[in-house]
Design a protein around this ligand. Structure first.
Ligand code: ADE
Length: 280
């Protein structure tokens, strides 16, 4: 996979040389090119921003440098045999970056990231390139960063670990929280390793039992507990058909109940948190 990043802070992308992504680069699975946007400025101050039309706070990134940079990056990529580029525009106004989107992006051969500073990039830039290549405006969460570079690191790491050959074990991401499939919509439960006793704390006995069925059940219950506590929204939107009898028991102990069948506004039978009992 080829990755291009155009930024005014190339040094911010240094972490792409480290750990999993760094290794994928050295083994040739990832071909990363980081570009300095200011290489496409032609004034004494290397200006990349200007005041917003219509007024308002902050500055907007100018069309000129971005247009010239993206034309060059695209031409260079095509020249070297890359194909089917997609533009990834990190912005708090983008679609949520999810595991599903990470999987989709990991199947593309060439991603070009345009992390912005200030109030963002002049809209005409995304409009222009959207006529030529798929454009994904992506947000990594409901908070505002000072720029998109940290989002590039997040997206790159989530995508790179899905590339064939990057993680040793092809099964490694099957059980990820948010992985499509059986465990969909449940967070992963706790994990333990040696020693068996640390500062007076031992590990759940079932994990030493060697009983695979019991261990799987325990893991599932722990996943349900953690999800109910940390991400109740995931339980609420799970198709009730994907909960087995024991799941229902566990959820009931945790204070959850199936919603009324087909009631207004709620898909039939979805679990929802029972209201706490009213004290007399
Ligand atoms: N740039 C600033 N905030 C961001 C966010 N939450 N996601 C992606 N890019 C951003």
């Amino acid at each position: 996979m080829r990755l291009d990043v155009v930024t005014i802070f190339p040094e911010y992308l240094e972490p792409l040389n480290v750990s999993l992504v760094g290794k994928a680069r050295t083994t040739g699975l990832l071909d990363v090119h980081v570009h300095d946007l200011r290489d496409w400025t032609y004034d004494r101050h290397n200006t990349v921003d200007d005041t917003p039309y219509g007024g308002g706070p902050g500055m907007v990134m100018k069309t000129g440098p971005w247009g010239d940079a993206l034309d060059t990056v695209l031409a260079d990529g095509y020249d070297t045999g890359a194909h089917a580029p997609a533009l990834i525009v990190p912005t708090p106004s983008g679609m949520p970056f999810t595991q599903e989107l990470a999987v989709e992006l990991s199947e593309r051969p060439w991603l070009i990231f345009t992390p912005a500073r200030y109030e963002g990039i002049d809209r005409r830039v995304t409009e222009e390139y959207a006529t030529r290549v798929p454009v994904y405006e992506v947000s990594i969460g409901d908070y505002v960063l000072a720029g998109g570079e940290a989002a590039v690191l997040v997206v790159t790491e989530a995508v790179a670990r899905l590339l064939p050959g990057v993680l040793g074990n092809a099964d490694s991401h099957r059980d990820d929280s948010f992985a499509p499939g059986d465990m969909a919509d449940l967070l992963e439960g706790p994990v333990y390793t040696k020693p068996p006793l640390w500062r007076g704390r031992d590990i759940p006995e079932v994990l030493l039992s060697g009983h695979h069925g019991k261990i799987a059940r325990w893991r599932r219950d722990e996943a349900l507990k953690r999800t109910a506590r940390n991400r109740p929204d995931l339980i609420e939107r799970t198709d009730p058909k994907s909960f087995d009898k024991k799941d229902r028991e566990t959820l009931s102990i945790l204070g959850w109940a199936p919603g009324p069948e087909g009631s207004e506004g709620r898909p039939s039978g979805r679990f929802w948190r029972r209201p706490p009992a009213v004290e007399e």
